[in-house]
Write a protein that binds this ligand. Structure first.
Ligand SMILES: [Zn+2]
Length: 355
């Protein structure tokens, strides 16, 4: 599908929302048509909803409830084209299945690299992952949590895994990493809860600061567990500065169902939509599109979902559209904030699976 080319050529956060939406909409309509032809379940859903495959704006694109990926195997490829299947873990036992072919997996990696490079530069940095070593992770299977870490581990070099088999900080490994990279940029990645519980808290308890002043810290996964502990994002960032030594902290939001097209928070704490994806906020009661400033369910769009009809998904997360093109950080396009899980929705966050 040719629409992808114009997205690759465009700047990640450089287009005004109207220009960006026009480009992305053309790709999304192309995907709707593709999936209608290649996925019988999707064609049936389109028909029963009387939804268009030539939408004039985002609100006209049929949103699939994220729950649907747990109930139905949604695929637009033949069985022999399946390259890998990503399962997103759930506490209830039901799991989303995301079917990828080589093309879609490649689109995901390429988009993720482009997005991340715009935040950390093109050089691969030494990377500390707040995870158990890859050998331990492999034993427990290819989960969404693992896939998330693996997706980003590609951005770094000299990977160090900060946690031991008991999920405790592996101090010799951490100290060796700090000693080797004290005065240079490094990348630290962890799921929000794991970074808090297994690195920041132990460091606080010991009153130690790692002194990694040039660290770029990325974390993802819900705030749900931290809200129970009454930790705000501001507190989280302050503790990163106090215990790691850097206030360069980026949260990112993304779904296993739309791997690759992630939303990264800027210096203002606002999540920005990259060229490959966008959002719309919908009223949870009647699904009407919400204006700027009105909380609602987040609908996510991704240009990358080619092997399965996941280009327009209604999440169970509540969010707030903050604005278009005018974030003080200078990035163009839409920016927003995640407020948390819809109260009655099932708990299903990636990092929530480790408890
Ligand atoms: Zn911003």
């Amino acid at each position: 599908m040719s629409q992808m080319e114009s997205l690759w050529d465009a700047p990640i956060y450089g287009l005004n929302q109207s220009d960006k939406a026009e480009l992305l909409l053309s790709r999304l309509n192309g995907l709707s048509q593709w999936h209608r032809e290649h996925c019988q379940s999707y064609a049936t859903l389109l028909e029963s909803a009387h939804a268009s495959v030539a939408a004039n704006d985002y609100s006209e694109i049929l949103p699939l409830a994220v729950q649907l990926f747990k109930q139905v195997r949604l695929s637009s490829i033949t069985d022999d084209e399946v390259f890998k299947t990503i399962t997103s873990s759930g506490t209830s036992g039901s799991k989303s299945q995301i079917i990828l072919d080589r093309t879609t997996a490649a689109l995901q990696s390429k988009a993720l690299v482009k997005i991340m490079q715009s935040w950390v530069g093109r050089d691969r940095l030494p990377m500390l992952l707040i995870e158990q070593s890859n050998l331990i992770a492999q034993r427990s299977g290819f989960s969404a949590r693992g896939a998330g870490a693996l997706g980003l581990s590609f951005m770094g070099r000299e990977h160090c895994y900060a946690l031991d088999e008991q999920m405790q900080p592996n101090w010799p490994v951490i100290k060796a990493f700090v000693a080797a990279h004290q005065n240079q940029p490094v990348l630290i990645f962890g799921f929000t809860f794991m970074l808090w519980e297994y690195l920041l808290k132990p460091l606080m308890q010991q009153g130690v600061c790692l002194g990694l002043e040039q660290a770029i810290i990325f974390h993802s996964g819900g705030w749900k567990k931290l809200e129970h502990l009454s930790v705000s994002s501001e507190q989280f960032n302050r503790h990163c500065e106090a215990s790691i030594g850097s206030s360069c902290v980026h949260n990112f939001y993304g779904m296993a169902e739309q791997t690759g097209s992630i939303f990264v928070s800027c210096e203002q704490g606002h999540l920005h939509c990259p060229i490959f994806s966008d959002i719309l906020i919908r009223d949870p009661m009647n699904l009407a599109p919400c204006p700027i400033g009105k909380p609602g369910l987040i609908q996510v769009f991704s240009a990358l979902a080619q092997s399965y009809p996941g280009h327009s998904i209604l999440t169970e997360d509540m969010g707030l559209w903050l604005g278009d093109d005018d974030c003080p950080c200078g990035r163009k396009g839409r920016y927003f904030k995640v407020l948390g899980r819809e109260p009655k929705a099932e708990v299903r966050g990636c990092s929530d699976t480790f408890s």
